[in-house]
Design a protein around this ligand. Structure first.
Ligand code: KG4
Ligand code: ZN
Length: 359
């Protein structure tokens, strides 16, 4: 049973072929980061145009790498939302065309459900599958959500960000400090070289739902920190470095980043991780979770992975491989499999839903 997945919700054009919801035969991701980096963030109009350009070659490559043909595909899975409407439309339109041309089912998938299934399907192939109820912490550039996940893939929202997503906070702070876009991976790389206790950012306490998140105050605190200092010299040095080389090495970053800035980077990252883990620990207790699933781009963060290990949580912990943490289409095809078996097919009236909620 082969599902061809298509994902175009943000700035990656992705396609994958997945067998029986678990075995990834191919996963092709065409990243637009270089297009958007000059603007310091994703430009929606450019994203749609890039998806249009990449869509057909990416699907062809996914089929070729899986050593198969469109004729062997049993269903087409596509991200319906949440995401950028123009970007989603490119994937949905192409998926509809493929499903109609081949007369095979079309399956609509929520992008966040995809992130969760990236982990569940990978674990199913290992000796230790995810046990339910599970707590899913989805942390990416667009989302910071906690869900209870039950055996039959029902979701209950426990908490979410009231302002910025965790990845967005990484990217905004990265931009403030001149680390280019996206800032998350660079902050992750540099954080171990600073003192995480050097700058004490306050931990937010939420009124109302205490499992909700908030990162905008932390971002503002970093802004205030930069305003209180003269960073012009080091910012210019980092800008020059990025102009010479779009992907500087650790050594190159360390040459243009003084100790005080490394300290703020480490302290910022620690504060984000503390907030994520505290909410996760409370939620695990609340729902008596047997597994914790962490997914989305920020799940790549080394500091988060280490802190989660060291927290000795009372349940099994699952992180996806890095390639499955950030946006990809294998997770969309994997999430579509149970829907396919339940006969939950979409039809040609399927529309992009930029604010689609999972629960
Ligand atoms: O899941 P994803 O590819 O796209 C969205 O659905 O948003 O996540 C991208 C986000 C970006 O904000 C990026 O900075 C962040 O994930 N990210 C990281 C790391 N790698 C990617 N954040 C912290 N540490 C990382 N290693
Ligand atoms: Zn995502």
């Amino acid at each position: 049973m082969l599902i061809l997945g298509i994902e175009t919700s943000c700035d990656e054009t992705a396609s994958a072929v997945v067998e029986d919801g678990t075995r990834i035969l191919s996963s092709v991701i065409s990243s637009q980061i270089a297009t958007h980096a000059v603007y310091g963030g994703v430009v929606p109009e450019l994203a749609s145009r890039e998806h249009l350009r990449a869509m057909v070659p990416v699907v062809r490559l996914a089929l070729a790498q899986a050593n198969t043909k469109l004729e062997n595909i049993d269903a087409i899975a596509v991200t319906q939302g949440p995401g950028l409407v123009g970007s989603l439309l490119v994937g949905i339109t192409y998926a509809k065309a493929l499903s109609m041309a081949r007369a095979i089912p079309l399956i609509a998938v929520n992008h966040i459900e995809g992130h969760i299934h990236a982990v569940i399907s990978q674990a199913r192939l290992s000796a230790e599958p995810v046990e339910f109820p599970a707590l899913a912490l989805v942390v990416s550039g667009g989302h910071t959500h906690l869900f209870e996940v039950t055996e039959n893939f029902r979701y209950r929202l426990l908490g979410k960000t009231r302002d910025d997503a965790a990845g967005e906070a990484f990217d905004k702070v990265g931009k403030l400090l001149g680390f280019g876009y996206p800032g998350g991976p660079v902050i992750d790389l540099l954080a171990p070289h600073g003192n995480p206790g050097a700058v004490r950012f306050s931990l937010v306490k939420m009124k109302g739902n205490t499992l909700d998140f908030s990162f905008s105050g932390l971002k503002t605190a970093v802004l205030r920190w930069t305003e209180a200092r003269d960073l012009a010299g080091e910012l210019a040095a980092r800008r020059a470095l990025l102009e010479r080389n779009a992907h500087p090495s650790l050594e190159e970053w360390l040459e243009v980043t003084p100790r005080t800035t490394l300290d703020v980077v480490a302290s910022f990252q620690k504060t984000v991780i503390d907030q994520l883990l505290r909410r996760a620990v409370s939620s695990i207790e609340e729902i008596a979770a047997r597994s914790l699933i962490v997914s989305g781009g920020v799940a790549c963060n080394t500091g988060l992975r280490l802190a989660t290990q060291r927290a000795h949580l009372p349940c099994a912990v699952f992180f996806p491989d890095s390639g499955l943490s950030t946006d990809n289409a294998a997770m969309i095809a994997a999430a579509a499999f149970p829907k396919f078996t339940r006969g939950e097919h979409a039809d040609l009236t399927l529309r992009a839903q930029p604010n689609l909620a999972l629960a």
